[in-house]
Write a protein that binds this ligand. Structure first.
Ligand code: ADP
Length: 442
C-alpha cells in the first residue's frame, strides 16, 4: 500500500495516529469538494455573463449565487452616483419587500459601504450595529435586521464603481477567508457586467443618434439638391446665353461663371446619385452602346484638363477594332469611367501617364484606368470606397473633391452586376479594374 491509500486504510489494525491522519485527509477532501462546488457555480455565472447583456437578470443570478455560496441571508449591490457623491442600491438586487431602500442614499462618510468604496478594499464586520461606521437608515427603512456584513469593492481596472455586500452569515462561525474570496470573485463579475451594460447602452444611444443623423442627412441632401438644382439651371441657362452674346474680356469671366456652376451641378449630381445608391433605387435606363465610343467620348471631355497637366494618355483596346458593345445604362457607366479618369488626372502630377484600357473575355468586359500618380496605401484599399472618405484629410489636402466619386462608381458597377478592384503602390501609381457583364440582364 502506498501514497494516499496508506492513510485512508480504515482497517482495525490502524493505530491512533493513522486514524487521525485519515480524519485530516477526509476533511481536506471535503474542503476541496466544497471549493470545486464553488468554482462550478462561479464558472456558471461567467458563462451567463458571456451570453447575456440583460443586466438585471444577471445581477439577480449573481446575488443569489453569492448568498448561497457564502451562506448568508442577503446580498446587495450599490453603485456610486457621481453627481450626488453617494452610493445607491441597484434595483435588481433589492427584493420587492424592501423596495423603499431604493430611495435611501448611502453616504460615503459614516457608512460601511462608503468605507469600502473609499478605501478600495474588503471589510468583514461581525457585529455591524456596534461598528462606529454603522448607518442605521437602511435597516430602518427596510425592516431588515443587519448583524454581520462582508463588503467588497466593485472595480473596473483601478476605478471603484460601487460596493457589493453579503449580509448576516448563517451558523455560528461567522465569515471566513473563503467568503471573502468568493465575494471578491463575484464582485469582479458584477463589475464586468455593469461595464458591459454601460458600454452597450452607450453604443445603443450612439447608434440611435447616428440613425437619426443619417435620416436628417438624407432628408437634407434630397431637399437641398432639389432646391439647388432649379436656380442652378437658371444660372447655367442665362450664363450660356450671355456667353454667346458677348465678346472680349466678358467671355473669360462668363466662362468662369459657367465652369463654377458646372462644378456645383456635378457636386449636386454626386449627392443625388449617392442617395440612390444607398436607397437601392437606381433606375436603369438600358440600351445597347459601344463601350469603346463611350471611353473615347469621356476622354474627349477631359482633354482640357489633360493638356493643362501635360499628361500622356494611352488608349488600349485589347480586341483591336472590336467595338465591344454592352447592354446597360450608358449614363451610369459614363459616370464610372468619368469618375475614375477624373481621379487618375487629379492624383497624377504634371507630365505623368494615364492608361485607359478596354478588353473583353467571354461575356465580360474589362475596363482598366491606370495612372503613374501618388498611389494608395494597401490599408486604404477598402476605405476609399466609403462615403466621404479621402486619404488626405479635407482641410490639409491638396486635391479637390468630396470623397463621393468611388462609392458612386462602386454602386453603379454593382447595379450592373459588375465588380471593381484596386491595385496600387504608394508613390508609383494606381490601377482600377472594372469588370462588367456584357449585358446587365446576364
Ligand atoms: P474624391 O476624389 O472626391 O476625393 P473619391 O471617392 O473619388 O473622392 O476617392 C476617394 C479617395 O481615394 C481620394 O480622396 C483619394 O485619396 C483616393 N484615390 C482615388 N483615386 C485615386 C487615384 N487614382 N490615385 C490616388 N488616390 C486615389
Amino acid at each position: 500500500m502506498s501514497g494516499l491509500l496508506k492513510y485512508l486504510d480504515t482497517s482495525p489494525q490502524g493505530d491512533e495516529s493513522s486514524s487521525s491522519l485519515i480524519e485530516e485527509y477526509q476533511e481536506k477532501i471535503a474542503d476541496l469538494e466544497r471549493k470545486v462546488d464553488y468554482l462550478e457555480q462561479i464558472v456558471e455565472v461567467s458563462q451567463i455573463l458571456n451570453s447575456t447583456l440583460e443586466l438585471d437578470a444577471l445581477l439577480r443570478t449573481i446575488t443569489q449565487v453569492a448568498t448561497e455560496l457564502t451562506d448568508t441571508e442577503a446580498c446587495s449591490i450599490l453603485l456610486y452616483d457621481k453627481e450626488a457623491n453617494e452610493l445607491r442600491f441597484m434595483p435588481a438586487t433589492v427584493s420587492a419587500s424592501a423596495e423603499k431602500i431604493l430611495e435611501v442614499p448611502v453616504p460615503l462618510d459614516n457608512s460601511i459601504a462608503g468605507w469600502v468604496f473609499r478605501k478600495k478594499k474588503p471589510i468583514l464586520i461581525r457585529d455591524a450595529k456596534n461598528d462606529s461606521r454603522w448607518n442605521s437608515n437602511v435597516d430602518e427603512t427596510s425592516d431588515f435586521d443587519t448583524r454581520s456584513i462582508l463588503g467588497v469593492p466593485l472595480k473596473i481596472k483601478r476605478e471603484v464603481i460601487g460596493v457589493m455586500e453579503v449580509l448576516n452569515k448563517k451558523g455560528e462561525y461567522g465569515f471566513n477567508q473563503d467568503d471573502i474570496q468568493i465575494t471578491t470573485i463575484l464582485a469582479a463579475q458584477v463589475a464586468v457586467a455593469i461595464e458591459n451594460a454601460r458600454l452597450w447602452d452607450d453604443i445603443r444611444k450612439a447608434y440611435k443618434e447616428l440613425t437619426e443623423l443619417d435620416r436628417l442627412k438624407s432628408e437634407f441632401v434630397s431637399i437641398a439638391s432639389h432646391e439647388l438644382k432649379t436656380p442652378l439651371s437658371v444660372i447655367l441657362g442665362y450664363a450660356s446665353f450671355l456667353r454667346d452674346q458677348v465678346s472680349g474680356e466678358a467671355t473669360e469671366q462668363l466662362d468662369m461663371v459657367l465652369s463654377s456652376a458646372m462644378k456645383l451641378r456635378s457636386l449636386i449630381d454626386d449627392m443625388v446619385n449617392l442617395r440612390h445608391v444607398h436607397n437601392d433605387d437606381i433606375q436603369l435606363d438600358v440600351e445597347i452602346f459601344s463601350m469603346r465610343k463611350l471611353v473615347e467620348d469621356v476622354l474627349a471631355e477631359f482633354q482640357n484638363l489633360i493638356k493643362a497637366k501635360l499628361l500622356k494618355v494611352k488608349l488600349q483596346f485589347d480586341k483591336g477594332d472590336d467595338p465591344v458593345d454592352i447592354e446597360g445604362d450608358r449614363q451610369k457607366i459614363r459616370l464610372v469611367v468619368a469618375n475614375l479618369l477624373s481621379n487618375a488626372i487629379k492624383f497624377t502630377s504634371d507630365g505623368g501617364g494615364i492608361l485607359l484600357g478596354l478588353g473583353r473575355e467571354g461575356q465580360k468586359i474589362y475596363l482598366r484606368v491606370a495612372d503613374t500618380g501618388i498611389g494608395i496605401a494597401e490599408d486604404q484599399f477598402d476605405k476609399i470606397f466609403e462615403d466621404f472618405y479621402q486619404v488626405e484629410p479635407s482641410l490639409t489636402r491638396r486635391f479637390e473633391g468630396l470623397g463621393l466619386g468611388l462609392p458612386i462608381v462602386k454602386g453603379m458597377v454593382e447595379t450592373h452586376n459588375g465588380s471593381i478592384m484596386v491595385e496600387s503602390v504608394l508613390g508609383k501609381g494606381s490601377q482600377f479594374i472594372v469588370i462588367l457583364p456584357i449585358s446587365v440582364y446576364l
